[in-house]
Design a protein around this ligand. Structure first.
Ligand code: HEM
Length: 409
């Protein structure tokens, strides 16, 4: 009944951006390789988080003005890159340049192409400077990945002691025969597709949460206490078990997204075959449907009578439900939950497969920052920095700075 998610070819102008938006191998590998590997890779991810914080957050002995989005995107590119391409490449300046800027280059082409009349696009789009820059970006990324792919292929063929690296590139290479992805160019496109799906979505979400926390100092103490206690119980680090135990932090992250969603709608689908809803409304083929986030997140029917009014912010709304509820309540009220009431990661068959990794990464970054730093708005402003809305997209204001100060112990 529904077609390709998000009607992505038209929306993303894939003919010109050439972005991989639908790859069965990518989705399969995230579900079958990445998510099951998280239990063993979480300690590696946390090491990357600690290193990225020490490299990218200034010393902050006194209150220091920091552009949060810019700082987080550097960190997220490195941490995510460690899992996407491995330790040799994830800190390479050219890899980071691609990880951070590929998405912007794609969006620049998409926007410029949309300004051209459809029948003129085949002629004029390739002449755009944005189009040429994107093609160059793809070539540069391929040049960077080619030696690593080649070295891995040679080692696998010749070295009896060779062990497959534990990263997405290796998992893609392993699965590429089954899915007929043979060339380095194709593997590179998949890596760029991953970057598009992962880097700015994760950064946007983490920034959104910190913008709220900066004006809600009352939440810092209980969150810090939880993070400190849980880490102490887990050898001073953040393990898989520790992540599961940080339910106040998980709840806070989820409540920020409920209150300030990062998209106005979710579950964008193109209708292929017309169908009739239970209320008699006919949905014809060819239309795009999407579901409204704000209405779902604020519908009192989705909350118990005891719950704080959905119009109010309650950072521990979901941890209270989990602590006092059944196993089902526990499962349905996590940051990663994707169901009819929790649509940040979409819904159904095409719900975001990377959400388990993204949730862990965001939680680790926030835990480290909340534990080590006090944060507030510049000029001691008490109002949360407003998000920008365009179309169904919501974006944090990436130009804003927060003041950060290292916690004195
Ligand atoms: C906080 C960060 C993230 C957010 C908010 C997010 C959000 C989403 C949403 C809303 C969708 C569409 C789901 C639907 O239409 O039902 C999606 C799809 C997807 N996401 Fe994520 N995502 C995030 C991180 C990631 C990461 C880290 C990865 C890769 C490891 C990833 C890979 C994908 C892929 C491959 C799809 C397409 C799934 C399909 O077509 O079946 N995402 N994501």
């Amino acid at each position: 009944m529904f077609g390709p998610i998000n009607d992505s070819h038209q929306l993303m102008e894939t003919k010109y951006t050439q972005i991989v938006t639908e790859s069965q191998m990518m989705v399969h590998s995230i579900k079958a390789d990445l998510t099951p590997a998280l239990a063993r890779l979480n300690s590696v991810v946390f090491q990357e988080v600690e290193q990225a914080v020490s490299e990218d957050v200034p010393e902050c002995k006194d209150w220091t003005s920091v552009n949060m989005y810019f700082t987080l995107v550097q960190m997220v590119a490195k941490i995510t890159g460690r899992i996407f391409v491995g330790p040799d490449l994830c800190r390479h300046k050219d890899y980071l340049d691609s990880a951070i800027n590929y998405t912007m280059d794609v969006i620049a082409v998409q926007q410029e192409v949309k300004k051209i009349k459809p029948w003129l696009r085949p002629l004029l789009a390739p002449r755009l400077k944005e189009y040429k820059r994107l093609r160059q970006r793809e070539k540069d990324a391929e040049k960077l990945l080619a030696p690593i792919i080649e070295a891995r292929r040679t080692a696998e063929a010749n070295d009896p002691d060779w062990q497959r690296p534990d990263d997405m590139l290796a998992w893609f290479m392993h699965r590429s025969k089954d899915y007929r992805y043979h060339s380095t160019a194709e593997l590179t496109k998949l890596q760029l597709g991953l970057i598009f799906a992962a880097i700015h979505t994760t950064t946007l979400t983490a920034t959104n949460i910190l913008y709220t926390l900066a004006v809600q100092p009352q939440y810092v103490k209980p969150l810090r206490e939880e993070i400190r206690t849980v880490m102490a119980e887990n050898g001073g680090t953040i393990t898989t078990r520790a992540l599961q135990q940080m339910i106040k932090l998980d709840s806070y992250m989820k409540e920020v997204i409920r209150f300030d969603p990062i998209s106005i709608t979710s579950f964008h689908r193109k209708v292929i075959r017309g169908f009739t809803l239970s209320n008699g409304q006919y949905i014809p083929p060819g239309v795009t449907v999407e579901i409204p986030a704000h209405e779902i997140y604020n519908d009192p029917a989705n909350f118990t009578k005891e719950a704080v009014d959905p119009k109010e912010f309650d950072g521990f709304r979901f941890s209270k439900i989990r602590e006092n509820g059944t196993a089902t309540d526990h499962a349905r009220n996590q940051f990663v939950t994707a169901n009819e009431q929790n649509i940040m990661f979409g819904y159904g068959k095409h719900a975001c497969p990377g959400r388990f990794f993204a949730a862990n990464e965001i939680k680790m970054i926030l835990a480290r920052l909340i534990l080590d730093y006090d944060i507030k708005n510049e000029g001691d402003g008490k109002e949360r920095y407003p998000n920008h809305h365009f179309g169904n997209t919501v974006a944090v204001d990436a130009t804003k700075n927060l003041l950060i100060k290292k916690v004195e112990i």
